[in-house]
Design a protein around this ligand. Structure first.
Ligand SMILES: [Zn+2]
Length: 251
């Protein structure tokens, strides 16, 4: 696997929260400002963001479930996770998301999912929000103590519904034969994420999101070397609607 770049397909758009989002930040083992469970923030700006690894991890696990592939257990104890990894470079999961299970034949991830930051508009709106926390809200969730059956309310910090983030996914074309199906899978997975959730507490209604694909750019070797052949097009469509545009993106 040389990892030669044939072309990069760049998908840009917005993620809109349809319900409050909780992606947990560093657990310091202490309650910060009375919040048991803080959200992850950019340490430079203090703004909440969606780590690319959260979206990518959710996409991967949904593809694994849809394709019903075999799972391996990685890590141990509290860090134990089940994930599919194999050394078949035609595997639809591993060729897109990468695999390092075979030390002699690791498969690099073909997609880069960038961290998603607040849009300018959302940042301004959230700055006016009247809570004790910058850019976020509190939600009290009751969890039942399994032993005493007593309700123990916890304060969960969430980014409020209506907030928008910028997102970007870069797909590296390394194998022309995989390109169409991989791009199709990216849009289908974004649609599946919409029917699932991001972050914590999805079954309690948190983390419902909606994607709008605003722009597709294609930068091939010709572009990088000579500055020619840049494909760029504006859309403003849902991931599902983008499936009808595959042909024009791929030609
Ligand atoms: Zn695989």
């Amino acid at each position: 696997m040389t990892g030669k770049i044939i072309e990069k397909i760049i998908i840009k758009g917005k993620i809109e929260l349809k319900s409050g989002l909780h992606i947990g930040g560093a657990d310091f083992g202490i309650s910060i400002g009375g919040i048991d469970s803080p959200v992850i923030r950019n340490p430079l700006t203090n703004e909440p963001y969606i780590p690319g690894s959260s979206l990518k991890g959710k996409m991967r696990s949904l593809l694994e479930k849809v394709l019903d592939v075999d799972f391996e257990t990685f890590g141990s104890g509290k860090n134990k996770v089940k994930r599919h990894e194999c050394n078949d470079e035609n595997c639809k999961v591993c060729r897109l998301f990468g695999s390092s299970i075979d030390k002699n034949k690791s498969i690099p991830s073909k997609i880069i999912v960038r961290d998603s930051y607040l849009t300018k508009e959302s940042k301004e709106l959230l700055e006016k929000l009247d809570t004790d926390l910058p850019y976020t809200e509190w939600k009290t969730e009751n969890s039942l103590d399994r032993i005493t059956a007593a309700a123990s309310p916890r304060q969960i910090e969430r980014v409020p519904a209506g907030t928008k983030f910028e997102f970007e996914i870069v797909y590296n074309v390394e194998n022309e034969n995989h390109k169409k199906e991989d791009i199709e899978n990216i849009f289908k997975l974004l649609e599946l994420v919409e029917e699932d959730y991001l972050g914590k507490g999805g079954s309690r209604g948190n983390g419902k999101v909606e994607f709008t694909i605003e722009k597709i750019a294609k930068k091939d070797r010709e572009y990088f070397i000579n500055g020619n052949n840049l494909f760029e097009k504006e859309y403003g469509l849902s991931p599902k609607e983008m499936l009808n545009k595959l042909q024009e993106i791929l030609e």
